[in-house]
Design a protein around this ligand. Structure first.
Ligand code: NAD
Ligand code: UGA
Length: 465
């Protein structure tokens, strides 16, 4: 009987990329069996939870796909050995954070999870396997993976013992999804980038995507162009945010309005209107780490001017967060001692539960250091995550609430740090009544109606106005 599944895909890493990406592949390729594996037992249990609100990643549209595919051609498990051994194609989707110690600390990507994945593959894979770099990696990482695969002791012993003819090809296929819109980004990508040095493997990966993506959108390049393009795409996107944020400060000093400026410049089709929303600085697990990685690469190749140019984007981002914290302190009479401030929004952007590098973390830390007591409300981020992110500074000065109204009770000020849609229509009259006066709103996302709030009685600071 013909095997129901014509290809076995394994994805190492069941995180924000591995989970949604493999779900969309499983949805569009019913003839493939997709196994997503992870070393983290709790994460896999959460992916297998019957209660879909317990999935480890909140992403609009994801739960519906999980419902359709899980247990049919999509499987989440900790069976790393078994899934690698039967895979024809292995996606590596593990974390690649910035190194915290050793050579390149603070800039270079920590590739220890990539290395451990490569070693697992060398140990357990059989026959010919196409390895796909889905994680964001420094240029030439494919070379490192190749060396590990070809020189591993496990691999060598296996070949001698069992006569297994183990061969590998490596392809780079970086992911461009943004959190909060991941499912739409995966279903309707602007492009799919596949880099490699053997056409057969590139075409094999391309064949997966043509099940739902137009052929014209599939860009094929060499390995290094593909790896570098991912870093550069993130650097360009972040550059726009730092540019508009730097101008938000100039608007506040001159009486120009950043929303008007953003609209005026974005209407030039050469500039375009996307990614020009001013805010408290970009967060998320990737922009900062990918730019720092690019900076590291430039320095490594002796291109110091280029490195400094890109590093400035991260510097402006940090400055914007400090600037907002100082502004809050200044408006609250120069001191936060015994003041209660309510933080509305803790995720790094709306429609995700991810808090990695969220501007809320740095701004909250700055305010706590000034002696403020903080309350928090976020529609999707739970209490333990917030406490975890503020670790050493908690000291009884933090309370997390399940409603915005409760978080605002007795507060001197509210800071809007994530642009959750529900903030627009909160019962602001009621919230005003329960706060201490003068009651301030610092709208760092410019998502509220300033005039209406001022009519209620609030004092309002809106970024860039
Ligand atoms: P993540 O931390 O959410 O997930 C990574 C997972 O890999 C974790 O669950 C971890 O336990 C697992 N893992 C690590 N080593 C492993 C091993 N040896 N075997 C099995 N599992 C292992 O990370 P993420 O946000 O999904 O990002 C993954 C990669 O994708 C990163 O390189 C990131 O830069 C890139 N990326 C992320 C996004 C995003 O929106 N988060 C978008 C595009 C690209
Ligand atoms: C970003 C890129 O958009 C993705 O293409 C890329 O795949 C991903 O990084 C990655 O490599 O991890 P993501 O970080 O999920 O996606 O979300 P973005 O929508 O890019 O937002 C990043 C940060 O910038 C958020 O804090 C957001 O609030 C902020 N932002 C975004 C602004 O302040 N202004 C804008 O106009 C846009």
């Amino acid at each position: 009987m013909k095997n129901k599944f014509i290809k076995n895909i394994c994805c190492i890493g069941a995180g924000y990329v591995g989970g949604p990406t493999m779900s969309v592949i499983a949805l569009n390729c019913p003839d493939f069996r997709v196994d997503v594996v992870d070393i983290n037992k709790e994460r896999i249990e959460a992916w297998n939870s019957d209660n879909l609100s317990k999935l480890p990643v909140f992403e609009p549209g994801l739960a519906e796909i999980i419902c359709k595919c899980r247990g049919i051609n999509l499987f989440f498990s900790n069976n790393i050995e078994e899934c690698i051994s039967k895979a024809d194609i292995i996606f590596i989707s593990v974390n690649t954070p910035t190194k915290t110690k050793g050579v390149g600390a603070g800039y270079a990507s920590d590739l220890k999870w990539i290395e451990s994945s490569a070693r697992q593959i060398a140990k357990f894979s059989k026959n010919h396997t196409v390895i796909v770099e889905k994680s964001t990696l420094p240029v030439k990482t494919a070379e490192t993976i190749k060396i590990i695969l070809n020189s591993s002791d496990d691999n060598h012993n296996k070949c001698i013992d069992t006569d297994v003819n183990q061969t590998f090809s490596i392809v780079s296929n970086p992911e461009f999804l943004a959190e909060g819109t991941a499912i739409n980004d995966l279903q309707n990508p602007d492009r799919v980038l596949i880099g490699g040095d053997d056409d057969e493997s590139i075409n094999l990966i391309s064949d997966i995507y043509i099940n739902w993506v137009d052929r014209d959108k599939i860009i094929k390049t060499n390995l290094w162009s593909s790896e570098l393009s991912k870093l550069v795409a993130n650097a360009f996107l972040a550059q726009r945010i730092s540019s508009i944020n730097s101008i938000s400060a100039l608007c506040e000093s001159t009486g120009a309005n950043i929303l008007e400026v953003s609209k005026a410049i974005g209407s030039d089709t050469r500039i375009g209107n996307k990614f020009l929303n001013p805010g408290p600085g970009f967060g998320g697990s990737c922009f900062k780490k990918d730019i720092l990685n690019l900076v590291y690469l430039c320095r490594y190749y002796g291109l110091n001017e280029v490195a400094e140019y890109w590093e400035q984007i991260v510097n402006i981002n940090t400055w914007q967060q400090k600037r907002i914290s100082h502004l809050v302190i200044k408006n609250l009479f120069g001191t936060l001692a015994n003041k209660r401030l309510a933080i509305f929004g803790f995720s790094f952007k709306a429609n995700t539960n991810d808090t990695r590098e969220s501007p809320s973390i740095n701004i909250s830390k700055n305010l706590l250091q000034e002696g403020a007591k903080l309350t928090f409300y976020d529609p999707k981020v739970n209490e333990s995550q917030i406490l975890d992110d503020l670790d050493d500074l908690i000291d009884n000065n933090i309370l997390v609430y399940e409603t915005a109204l409760k978080a605002a009770q007795g507060a001197d000020a509210i800071l809007i740090l994530t642009e959750w849609n529900e903030f627009i229509n909160l019962g602001w009259d009621h919230i005003y009544k329960v706060m201490r006066k003068p009651a301030w709103i610092f709208d760092a996302r410019i998502c509220l109606n300033k005039n209406k709030l001022e009519d209620i009685g609030f004092k309002v600071w809106s970024l860039g106005t």
